[in-house]
Design a protein. Sequence first.
Lengths: 152, 152
Amino acid sequence: MSVDKDEFKELLRQKGLKVTTQRVRVLEVLSNSPDIHLTAEEIYELIKVDFPEIGLATVYRTIQLLLELDLIDRINLDDGFVRYEISNHDENSKKHHHHHLICVKCSKVLSFEDDLLDELEKRIMDHISFKVLDHEVKLYGLCKDCSAKEKD
Amino acid sequence: MSVDKDEFKELLRQKGLKVTTQRVRVLEVLSNSPDIHLTAEEIYELIKVDFPEIGLATVYRTIQLLLELDLIDRINLDDGFVRYEISNHDENSKKHHHHHLICVKCSKVLSFEDDLLDELEKRIMDHISFKVLDHEVKLYGLCKDCSAKEKD
DNA sequence: TTTGAGTTGTTAATGTTTTTCAATAAAAAT
DNA sequence: ATTTTTATTGAAAAACATTAACAACTCAAA
């Protein structure tokens, strides 16, 4: 599960950081859009609806902060925008990764959970001496809809 | 194996494109540095040594072309630079992917061949209807040297 | 309250990549 | 060979996302 608003406020206080409306709003927008992969600009526009005085630089700064606190994940689809989504941890605070399936036709992004990568990580640690800490997997292809349209 | 100079020239002619020194040089630089992951700027500087009249815009344009022809691969290490390396195909022109191991301490990049992803791709096609065409795997961790230094 | 450090919004700066456009070079036609 | 056609080039400007600078502000502790 992802962090809720009160946990976030508490976390800020613990770190000696100030609880501001701007910071809470950025987390809220990302929490309310799981698996949506928002750009900084999109987060900015969504917050501006109810809070027009927010600045874009603050959104960027808060994104950096949330990344450092490991509350959000960065996704780069190589379309010129870096995107962000709320991060998921289980009750033991172990991070649950999901892979991204990117449709090369319509650019839709789907997520897929799988622990197969654990096996790959083990294999790498054995074969070459590299201690794997984290991974990122992107699969490119055709989504259900575009795959159907292809057959003509 | 990667494409050689003459195959590249022939490929350009087939596509109705012109064979220019600039295009050949960009391919050469990348062919001569397998697994080095050069940035556009680095490619530009390397070519300038023997061919000072080349322009940076041409390097970017040629990179685009080589990507479209599937002769090079793009690697984004999220350090602000997009990098490129010569692509490998076997005799059946099937692309052989390798994964990238990125050391979070010294930023060294290692490559690792593994076909385990084929299994993951099959699993995805079965579970959700998504036709996987290509994949990209990045593993973050500690390389041998940095892992040794860590133990203190 | 008052105080002080941290945070903010605005604006300018940064750095990579793309576009524009006249000049040039490659391939085709003569 | 020479001319013609067309793509390609280099230089400079533009575009773009992201970061930095700085004065104004706001949170939280005294």
